[in-house]
Design a protein around this ligand. Structure first.
Ligand SMILES: [Zn+2]
Length: 119
């Protein structure tokens, strides 16, 4: 199993690299981790699917990585969640975006898979 990838604004792990990962891995998962040692460090980690439009929303300064938040990405949800826990102990929250492609149709606030609608 591949490890998770941390995008923290460093060289080759900056916003363009993160966006490229999303584009290359639409079935992947993203943990949005509040940057440690900032006023945001008690915010919950928000889990997204890579296809979620909210995974592309910048922080207060428009940055996706580094200043206020890190992104931990993996092809497996378990790996992404384990990766996030290496950086923070705050609880996980599951994105409930109801935008097109958003996470709300995919899982419940507790992270349980929603029933696939049969056509
Ligand atoms: Zn989402």
């Amino acid at each position: 199993m591949e490890p998770s990838i941390l995008f923290n604004g460093s060289h080759d792990h900056d916003d363009p690299d993160y966006l490229a990962w999303l584009d290359a891995n639409p079935e992947g998962f993203v943990a949005n981790v509040p940057h440690p040692h900032t006023p945001y460090d008690n915010f919950p980690v928000v889990m997204h699917r890579a296809s979620c439009p909210d995974a592309r929303n910048g922080g207060q300064d428009g940055k996706l990585t580094s200043n206020t938040q890190w992104k931990v990405c993996a092809l497996s949800r378990d790996i992404a969640e384990q990766g996030a826990r290496r950086y923070t102990q705050v609880p996980l929250r599951y994105c409930q975006s109801n935008k097109i492609g958003g996470c709300g149709r995919y899982w419940t606030p507790e992270g349980n898979r929603r029933q696939e609608k049969l056509a």
